[in-house]
Write a protein that binds this ligand. Structure first.
Ligand code: BGC
Length: 370
């Protein structure tokens, strides 16, 4: 609860700062405060909605494979209902053509605004173009749509996630061989994460303290891909590995399976991301070292609230900008948090997971006390 109060206080500051920037004519700039306004550019045909008109939101998702995405879907649905918006959720299951088709369908159904979690950060630029031809604003959700005139980006601080993962592991394994399992090469988040990880690891590599023996993307963020990558890495260096920097919890579990095969699970440090239930269970079991907790509610609710504003041609408060190769996209970026056995209570207090479920697979006396 304290955290959400802090968050609200931070958000208030952001709003106030944004208001100040407006009155003083400030231009925001990187790290500054900006406002995302309406959109459409030339050729915009869609009428903006009035304050009492029902807004039709389309939510284009890539996947529901990871546990978090079901949460995103549920929370977007919940909040859309709370604010009286009409909502259509489409899931492309990793298929770029299908995601574009789904966008076309929603546009032909006269959707007012699109929230897009792109499968492919580059290809999804097509969706922004199509939507803008009809004057429909687009919010890039969790993953940035590159090289496009996208109106707003709502996500967590992804570079910081990479830094938190690497920093946590490096402090506990300051020397030795590392394996890096990246996310999908089609996802801009995978790139940002890797940048963040390297911000921390590169100086240790340069000092000769650690050696990155393998650094590879896991296609489609698949656990099975991570399993292969780590198995091959272990073979290559005769099991001499002290840490696996895994991009998310799914790939962490693939890595742990490979380590288990060599009786190394629990001995080699493994990072993750998402606070999946299965990974929190591995954390209390001692097989996964840490994860990154990203509260989904502010993201989902923030996207729905922003969607309403954009559909009505109103300003949206933001706290950052991110360069997508074409423009500095006004962005609302939320804070990620490193979680391990010691502070696992955070996800429980936030109502993200229950302690009963987290400790389901271990003897009761080994369950962390909150
Ligand atoms: C998300 C992660 C997720 C991964 C795989 C990333 O873009 O930020 O939370 O685990 O995609 O779906």
């Amino acid at each position: 609860m304290g955290r959400s109060k802090n968050f609200l206080a931070a958000l208030l500051l952001v709003v106030l700062a944004a208001a100040a920037a407006c009155t003083s004519g400030g231009d925001g700039g990187a790290g500054g405060n900006q406002n995302a306004g309406g959109t459409g550019g030339a050729g915009a045909t869609r009428q903006k909605k009035g304050a009492n008109d029902k807004v039709f939101i389309g939510f284009l998702m890539d996947t529901l494979k990871e546990e978090r995405w079901q949460r995103d879907k549920d929370l977007v649905e919940k909040h859309a209902q709370e604010v009286g918006a009409q909502l259509s959720v489409q899931v492309a299951n990793g298929d770029d053509n299908l995601q574009i088709k789904q966008a076309e369908n929603l546009l032909s159904q006269k959707v007012d605004v699109l929230i897009v979690a792109p499968h492919n950060s580059e290809i999804a630029a097509t969706i922004v173009e199509m939507a803008h031809r009809e004057g429909v604003p687009v919010i890039s959700y969790d993953r940035l749509i590159k090289n496009s005139d996208v109106d707003l980006y709502v996500s967590h601080q992804v570079i910081k996630i990479g830094e938190l993962q690497a920093d946590y592991i490096l402090k506990r394994a300051p020397k030795g061989n590392y394996v890096v399992v990246q996310g999908s090469a089609t996802d801009n988040n995978a790139r940002l994460l890797h940048d963040g990880q390297m911000n921390i690891l590169k100086p240790a590599v340069d000092r000769g303290d650690i050696k990155i023996v393998v650094d590879q993307p896991a296609r489609e963020w698949l656990a099975s891909e991570a399993l292969n990558i780590v198995e091959n890495a272990l073979t290559q260096v005769n099991n001499e590995v002290v840490a696996v920097i895994a991009a998310n919890d799914g790939t962490a579990r693939g890595a742990i399976q490979a380590l288990d095969g060599q009786r190394l699970a629990g001995k080699v440090l493994v990072s993750g991301q998402d606070a999946d239930l299965a990974s929190l269970q591995l954390i209390v079991e001692g097989k996964q070292t840490m994860t990154i907790y990203k509260p989904i509610q502010p993201l989902a609710y923030g996207a729905v609230d922003a969607a309403l504003k954009l559909a009505r041609g109103q300003q949206v408060e933001t706290n950052d900008t991110v360069d997508n190769g074409r423009k500095k996209v006004p962005s609302m970026l939320y804070e990620p948090l490193a979680v391990d056995k010691n502070n696992i209570g955070i996800v429980v207090k936030d109502g993200y997971q229950t302690l009963e479920k987290i400790c389901e697979k271990i003897p009761a006396d080994q369950c962390p006390k909150l």
